[in-house]
Design a protein around this ligand. Structure first.
Ligand code: IMP
Ligand code: MG
Length: 187
């Protein structure tokens, strides 16, 4: 597809599927190096639904044998806490004492990431590192400064500019997740 038109917006290709697979292989190589001496089985924690295709591809390119589990978060719908998060599902296995690799589709403001790290700590994970396909550093730095912390995602596939994207797990109003390529909103 050369472009997608939805609600008056136009999305154009950003990464073709083949490029995405190369990005995934690159980030898998970083995990392979980081976990090569890890005696215990690391836990790949897929954050549903966005990270599904990434996690599926990633697990084919790591040269260790991780356990796979999932977690699903959602933006909290309270009147005063619109920026916060509630846990909907999971984690689907115990993370206590485990070396957890949180698998994310994209880190934008970093709110999900911060909450996932907190949840892992509360649940007694031995370590919790973040592996994300894409990272938009722009908004992240502003939000992290406000929160007083600055913990970057440890394993990043690719940094991208601050623009809305869809495809390969990433949705617009719960559509377009199943596209093989990633598209960016044209301004
Ligand atoms: P956060 O702002 O870093 O907390 O990102 C929260 C979640 O929003 C990510 O895990 C994605 O699922 C989603 N998200 C962030 N940026 C985009 C985007 O450009 N397109 C689609 N989903 C996005
Ligand atoms: Mg996500």
């Amino acid at each position: 597809m050369e472009k997608i038109e939805v609600n008056g917006m136009i999305f154009v290709p950003m990464f073709r599927h083949e490029e995405i697979v190369e990005i995934v292989k690159g980030v898998a190589a970083k995990l392979n190096e980081a976990y090569k001496d890890c005696k215990e089985k690391p836990l790949l924690l897929c954050t549903l639904n966005g990270a599904l295709p990434f996690c599926g591809e990633l697990m084919m390119h790591v040269n260790f044998d991780p356990e796979i589990a999932s977690i699903k978060l959602s933006t909290y719908e309270g009147t005063e806490s619109t920026g916060s998060i509630k846990k909907l599902i999971g984690p689907t296995t115990s993370v206590e004492g485990r070396n957890v690799i949180i698998v994310e589709d994209i880190v934008d403001t970093g709110i999900s990431l911060r909450n996932l790290r907190r949840i892992m700590e509360e649940m007694g994970a031995k370590s919790a590192k973040v592996c994300t396909l894409l990272f938009k550093p722009g908004k992240f730095h502003a939000e992290e400064k406000k929160s007083g912390s600055m913990i970057l995602p440890e394993f990043v596939g690719k940094e991208i500019p601050d623009a809305f994207i869809l495809g390969y797990g990433l949705d617009y109003n719960d559509s377009f997740r199943c596209l093989r390529d990633i598209y960016v909103l044209k301004d």
